[in-house]
Design a protein around this ligand. Sequence first.
Ligand code: SF4
Length: 316
Amino acid sequence: MILSLNPTYFCNFRNGKCADTCYLTKTQLSDLRLLKVDEIKARIEELSKAFTLEHIDLYGGEITILPLDYQLELMSYLAALNVSVNIVTNLSKSDSPFITHLPRNFTLSVSWDYEARQSFDKVFERMKNLKNRFSILSLASPEFSQFDPKMILELLMKLPSLQAFEIKPYNQNQSNQYSFGHIDYEELIKKYIIAYKQLKPHFQFVNIDLLEMSLKRTKSSWSDQHLYLTPDNEWSVLEFDQAGNEYFKKLNSIQEYLAWSGREKEVFQLDPHCQNCRHLGHCLSEHLKPIDQFEINGCSGFKNLIDWYEAIGRTL
Ligand code: SF4
């Protein structure tokens, strides 16, 4: 089981550019509510009774701006668990213990979108000086998609400790609804794969790794192994509302989560496109979205991209 742990939604970049494409609303990004470490412990104990916890993604909001005592208490609790923990940060601060004293079972990911995110140049300089190996997560927003892939990859090649780079799909959500659909994302990733294969950087391009996992059927596209814990101390999953906008759906119990994830499988196994798709259960979706006119819009599992990669991208 993967736990996405959001102790807070509060973010110091809440008034900047990246907030315009963030899946959290401006109200959530300004909310000072903070989950107590004791509440996190109780929830992790509850989760561990039902599942084997394997990995925690820790993010917010912004985790590195929380009170120092809180960061140390949370870090020491998580460090003692027998799981891997990935910290996701905007790297607006480099003196947080989560950056300077990263425990052995922790990894670090920096959210960075070049000019589509404020302070991108200052953060880039901090990334240059990082001693620990780290990853970069970029969001495929309409603005990010305008940047030349070769230029972005050449820039990232100047970061000696960079281990991996991943471009995450943008989903319309309850905070913002840009028109950047599944097919736009597929075309963007194709361009990055072509540029990556030409430049051969020192870091991994995670999107290629995920495509390989899809084709080898080792990637799961179901949500039955991924749960969120919100600052309200509620179990949640990412869901889509009637208008197709992503939001956190609150769940009252682990049993409700099991029922919800079971229903997801039933629904997509009945979808006319999915039931005939050879990638069913292993496509690239992070959480499946009902398909609306596949021929025009594609799908959240990015079938066209998987097929292109298998036929063309893999052998470039
Ligand atoms: S790739 Fe698309 S059509 Fe295939 S199973 Fe996934 S969501 Fe369904």
